[in-house]
Design a protein around this ligand. Structure first.
Ligand code: ATP
Ligand code: MG
Length: 285
């Protein structure tokens, strides 16, 4: 299989219908991703990161351009593109084990009963959750639920793993552990990953390339920063590595100088609710 053009976003544009007419969220998004690459998407709140991810997932259909994965156009969700959401979406009445098993069953993998059991156990082991396989989501912590969500996605053997702020709701320590697990798994399995994050350190630590998005409307890719740090990466060693700090600086500069956001979080929320209710849209410079 050729390494080139594994996943291609070409001239992707997205207009959302609103009561006031179409809202142009994305415009001319072009990105080529190699097999096994770890890509982070970073940008201010509301710029369109989740929209990009949802288009790649096949949950949204781009109004312009399109996505091609291994020479096939993406038109709908599929098991070769698994999604991990910020808030885990486990079924509350199923144990961790059963949640993973259900996802595997949906992939029509032709495994025997024994193979299935081994596969589910293997994936729970990858995220260090074997000990809690029989627990219900309500009986485990937020970080553990997120681990099960990742195991469930991995167990589907996706070509592409899509993660929308997967560690956003977690405390710093749990987050660090999970980042290390994800790096370990990525090294082992070599999946292609697209991860949305707001965390600059997380982006630099995990990524092969950081894709930085401009502010919307008509958001697009502003800059792409390749992260050429040797793997495996160790967060403590990198803390005073000049190259690491240079990358960090570049991302911060993009976000807080080049794409400085004037509106506050409250303004953004207000704008969003107005957009939804069809009230006049306030444009913030
Ligand atoms: N279904 C929708 N209908 C109308 N507008 C939408 C819809 N979904 C998203 N938008 C708008 O598109 C823009 C991009 O939204 P998106 O959720 O992709 O941003 P984001 O970068 O993921 O933000 P955050 O970091 O806050 O999650 C926003 O202005 C948002 O209000
Ligand atoms: Mg989002």
């Amino acid at each position: 299989m050729s390494n080139k053009h594994h996943l291609e976003l070409t001239q992707v544009g997205m207009d959302f219908p609103t009561p006031k007419g179409p809202f142009n969220a994305l415009q001319d998004v072009n990105l080529r991703i190699n097999k096994g690459e770890f890509i982070s998407l970073i940008g201010h709140s509301g710029c369109g990161k989740s929209t990009v991810l949802n288009i790649v997932a096949g949950l949204y259909k781009a109004t312009k351009g399109g996505v091609i994965l291994d020479n096939q156009e993406v038109n709908e969700p599929g098991p070769e593109r698994a999604v991990v959401f910020q808030n885990h979406s486990l079924l509350p009445w199923l144990s961790a084990y059963k949640n993973v098993e259900l996802a595997v069953k949906q992939t029509q993998n032709g495994r025997s009963k024994k193979e299935m059991k081994e596969w589910v156990e293997h994936n729970l082991e990858l995220v260090h959750m074997s000990h809690a396989a029989d627990k219900l989501p309500a009986e485990i912590s937020g970080g553990m639920k997120q681990r099960v969500g990742i195991a469930r996605a991995l167990a589907m053997e996706p070509k592409v793993l899509l993660m929308d702020e997967p560690f956003g709701a977690l405390d710093a320590l749990t987050r660090a552990h999970l980042q290390d697990s994800v790096m370990e798994i990525h090294a082992k399995l070599g999946n292609t990953v697209i991860m949305i994050t707001h965390d600059v350190d997380e982006a630099v630590l995990l990524s092969d390339r950081i894709v930085m998005m401009t502010n919307g409307p008509a958001a697009t890719i502003g800059e792409i920063l390749p992260i050429e740090l040797a793997r495996p990466r160790n967060r403590i060693e990198l803390a005073d590595n000049p190259q690491y700090n240079h990358y960090r600086h570049e991302v911060l500069k993009f976000l807080y100088e080049k794409q400085r956001k004037v509106e506050s979080v409250e303004e953004h929320r207000k704008k969003q609710s107005e957009q939804k209710s069809g009230a006049t849209q306030i444009n913030v410079a």
